[in-house]
Every structure is written in structure tokens, then in C-alpha cells.
Design a protein around this ligand. Structure first.
Ligand code: PLP
Length: 365
């Protein structure tokens, strides 16, 4: 069986690196996208045990999953301003913290909470340059109204999201200044903004000059991967593991894989492992890239690297075993000549967890 193994000690070490980099501020662990591929529940339990008390997800259904798995002590912020009835129902059922990014979202949350006879908790989002959710920084009156005029909504936080933190330059500091301006105008109007937060992983590591406010929202750094140029002490988490299903001896001159791009030059012992593109292997290799951009581009990169002599290795019982030929959708062939290798041995592959389909089971160790 192919599984994705999550090393809990590396996640915890990464959390420590984040905490040190942001001056010990509270870390809101962002668990969207199936916990960045590490597994929503697996990652949540690991960081909860390390003392994280605040989660954030995009999909309200994820908040219900977290609650259903016994994670009841943590705050869960929903990173989506929404007026969809099913979203609001899930948010209220999970006792999650809604995001209010517009007067319409505030009104919808107020109505849904009133209908249930409860008070919803929310953070207000400000659009300082992401252009996705949020009040504009100039909409002070509307923001004050969201805090004050909704009897069934209790606003306990204020935040924004950076659009360009992966690159240097002043755009991120300008976004931070815009958020600070809103917080200052709220206080001047007699409204306490609550928990103010803005920085994501890229902001913490690429922009140490920033004021990181009261808390940071961290996702990719927990997995050891951050967009941008920063050098960090983060360690990459997760590996894809599968067992060798076939071992064969080939003479010299035999092609391996689609296109026959590799031909044995000597008698070669091969091991076949049922791992391939379908499992996220060799879909991308770029160190910094953490976005699902364009599979084809990465595949092209890999093919180019291969043609130029770049080789990829799997780990087989502590030995590097070179990948031979093109990886298939479901199969990879390894060179195990001279290595101890038998059917059933475990091969370990380095893969970006985001690219590993959710159907592949996650296991934290
Ligand atoms: C994804 C996300 C984050 C976390 O970003 P990372 O760079 O992965 O740490 C923080 N805030 C919001 C609103 C997000 O959508």
C-alpha cells in the first residue's frame, strides 16, 4: 500500500522555527487544502499537542471535521467571507470564527446567528491588496458597523492577507500599514479591534522588518516549504512510501519506460515500485514552488533535468536508488544493482505533499 508519512517531530521543529522568527507570537495554524497535503486531522493533532490553540481553514466543512475528531478546545477561523447558507450553518455548528469581509456577509451572519438564537464570533477582513475578501481600508464606517451594530455577531479580530510577501519590496509593508491604519481608526472611534493578524509564512521569513501584529497565520512553513528567497532552518516534512513489487535482472541494452529514454548500459537489477504521477511523484521538484501552478510545466522541467543528466533517487533502506527512465502514472523503476533489495522492501520518495491526492492515506509518525 502506498502511504504518505508525516514526521511529527519535523512539524514541531518547524513550528519552533516559526515561533522564533516571529518573536513568540501566537501561531494560527492554517490547515487548508487537507493540511497542505499532510492530512487535515494528522496535522491538526500534531500542532495541537505542541500547544497551538488556533486553527484556520478555508472550507467550513473542515471545521466540522476537526470538531468531529475531538479537537474542541481550539479556535477555528474560517478564511472565507461567505453568505452561503450551508457555509454559515457549518460555521455555527462547528462554533467556528467566521470571516466578515463585506456588509452583506455581516448581515448574513447576523441573520443566521439570530435564527439559531446564538451569538456568532467573527473576525473582520480588510482588503489591503489581495482583492479577494475584505472591506476596503477606507470603509471605516462599515467596519465600525460590523463591530457595533450586529447584536448576534461578536467581532474579536481584524486581519488582512498579503499578496506579495514571497517577493522583496515595499508592497507588503504598505499592506501592513493599511491594516494598522484601520486598527487605529477603530480605536479612535472607541472600538477595540481584538486580535490583529496579517503575516503568512512568506511574510514571516521574507520580511523580518515587518510588524507581525498579535498573531501570525502559518501553513506552508509547517510543512517546511516557504515561497520566496528566504533561507530558513525549516525542514521539509513528509515522504511517500511504497513497497517494491517486482525485482528483475536486465542485460545491457534494454530500454526502460515510455519513450525508451533510458537504455541499460550494463547488466542491471531493477525494482518496480507502484508509485507515479498519479501519486504526485515527479510532478514538481522546484524547491520554492508551493503552488499548484501547472503540472505540465513541472513535468517538462523534470524531463529537461533528466535529459541534462539530473537524476532522481528514491531511498531504499538507507541507500539511494536511482530512478530509471520516465516515471509512469503508476510505476517507477529503480536501479538496485548491487543494493540489498527484495520484494516487499519499502522505497521512500520525496514528494510535495500538496500534490499527493487526498485518497492516499496519511500516517503521522
Ligand atoms: C493560506 C493562507 C495563509 C497561510 O499561508 P502560508 O503562506 O501557507 O503560511 C494565511 N492566511 C490566509 C488568508 C490564507 O489563505
Amino acid at each position: 500500500m502506498t502511504e504518505f508519512v508525516v514526521e511529527a517531530d519535523l512539524v514541531i521543529a518547524n513550528l519552533g522555527v516559526v515561533r522564533a522568527a516571529c518573536g513568540g507570537r501566537d501561531v494560527i495554524a492554517v490547515l487548508k487544502g487537507n493540511g497542505y497535503g499532510l492530512g487535515l486531522l494528522e496535522l491538526a493533532h500534531v500542532v495541537a499537542e505542541a500547544g497551538v490553540r488556533q486553527f484556520a481553514v478555508t472550507d467550513p466543512a473542515d471545521a466540522l471535521r476537526l470538531r468531529g475528531d475531538g479537537l474542541t478546545a481550539q479556535d477555528i477561523l474560517i478564511l472565507r467571507s461567505t453568505a452561503l447558507p450551508e457555509d454559515l450553518a457549518a460555521i455555527l455548528d462547528a462554533r467556528a470564527i467566521a470571516t466578515v469581509g463585506s456588509p452583506g456577509a455581516a448581515a448574513a451572519l447576523e441573520r443566521a446567528a439570530e435564527d439559531r438564537g446564538l451569538t456568532a464570533e467573527a473576525h473582520v477582513e480588510i482588503d489591503t491588496g489581495m482583492g479577494r475578501y475584505g472591506f476596503l481600508p477606507t470603509q471605516t464606517d462599515a467596519v465600525v458597523a460590523a463591530y457595533r451594530d450586529r447584536p448576534h455577531v461578536r467581532v474579536t479580530g481584524l486581519y488582512t492577507h498579503y499578496a506579495r510577501a514571497f517577493e522583496p519590496g515595499g508592497a507588503t509593508a504598505a499592506q501592513a500599514a493599511a491594516l494598522r491604519g484601520v486598527a487605529d481608526r477603530l480605536r479612535a472611534a472607541g472600538v477595540e479591534p481584538g486580535l490583529v493578524h496579517a503575516s503568512n509564512s512568506a511574510a514571516v521569513f521574507n520580511h523580518p522588518e515587518l510588524d507581525h501584529f498579535d498573531a501570525v497565520r502559518i501553513g506552508s512553513a509547517l510543512t517546511g516549504r516557504v515561497s520566496g528567497k528566504a533561507t530558513t532552518r525549516l525542514q521539509r516534512v513528509g515522504s511517500l512510501r511504497a513497497r517494491v513489487v517486482e525485482v528483475r535482472d536486465l542485460p545491457a541494452g534494454r530500454p526502460i519506460g515510455y519513450g525508451g529514454t533510458f537504455v541499460t548500459r550494463r547488466p542491471t537489477r531493477i525494482a518496480v515500485v507502484p508509485v507515479g504521477y498519479a501519486d504526485g511523484f515527479m510532478v514538481e521538484k522546484s524547491r520554492d514552488s508551493y503552488h499548484l501552478l501547472d503540472y505540465a510545466r513541472y513535468v517538462w522541467h523534470d524531463t529537461t533535468a533528466w535529459r541534462h543528466g539530473g537524476a532522481t533517487y528514491a531511498d531504499l533502506g538507507g541507500h539511494p536508488a536511482r530512478v530509471l527512465g520516465r516515471v509512469g502514472l503508476n510505476h517507477t523503476v529503480l536501479d538496485v544493482t548491487g543494493l540489498p533489495c527484495a520484494v516487499g522492501d519499502e522505497a521512500v520518495f520525496t514528494v510535495n505533499p500538496l500534490l499527493v491526492p487526498p485518497a492516499i492515506p496519511r500516517r503521522s509518525v
